[in-house]
Write a protein that binds this ligand. Sequence first.
Ligand code: FES
Length: 76
Amino acid sequence: MSDTPVKITVKNNGSLRVEGGTFEIYDAEGKMFSLAGRTAVSICRCGHSQKQPFCDGSHAACDFKSEVKAFDLPPK
Ligand code: FES
């Protein structure tokens, strides 16, 4: 396993960009998605991608709007 932390960037009006380190993505039944060697992927936030859970650029056509700024979660 890599010690490099996985970086997830919330893209304004778009996807979650996942990159760095080592990561795996599974469906609800525990089956792993093959990323075909990709070291970075974009995860859909808008719900309109035809390739869920991955972004296919559809957020632009549906005019998805979501701009976020980092904040601190309250203690658990
Ligand atoms: S965020 Fe890109 S298709 Fe949904």
